[in-house]
Design a protein around this ligand. Structure first.
Ligand SMILES: [Fe+2]
Ligand SMILES: [Fe+2]
Length: 143
């Protein structure tokens, strides 16, 4: 399964879609490092992906809060679960070194999570944010 963003994953909110593309790009760099069995690159691309996930989640959560997204708490829990599990993998990786099994497991889990979360859960956020912007544009003051 290639680590690739595609148009079907778009949620229709520019800033979020750009960040999702970047997340996939970083996951692809992690995958490439794994394929080269480059220990230093594996460690750095793993951290690179993790730091960007945190930036992205913070931005998405800010937008959800601003637009009073009704599924906010459950969504937040998914983000937290991802970073917690990613942290556990990063720790395991540092302790045990870049074993092929761990790397592959991490990579598969990250891809499945990204596809599932962005392809399903973030789509709800996109619909809500777009409706929120449209409603505000029609009735309320602009920011
Ligand atoms: Fe999300
Ligand atoms: Fe997202």
């Amino acid at each position: 399964m290639p680590v690739e963003w595609n148009e079907s994953l778009a949620i229709g909110v520019g800033v979020v879609d750009r960040q999702h593309r970047e997340l996939f790009a970083r996951a692809a760099e992690f995958e490439a490092a794994l394929e080269r069995s480059d220990a230093l690159a594996i460690a750095s691309t793993f951290d690179f992906l993790r730091s960007y996930a945190v930036i992205h989640f913070a931005e998405e959560e800010r937008l959800m809060r601003e637009a009073a997204f009704p599924g906010f708490e459950e969504h937040l829990a998914q983000h937290r679960d991802f970073t917690t599990r990613l942290d556990a993998l990063v720790r395991e990786h540092r302790e045990k070194g870049p074993g092929a099994f761990l790397g592959l497991r991490a990579r598969n889990w990250i891809v499945v999570w990204l596809l599932d979360h962005i392809g399903v859960v973030d789509q709800d956020v996109g619909r809500h944010l777009r409706a929120h912007v449209a409603a505000r544009g029609a009735t309320g003051p602009r920011p």
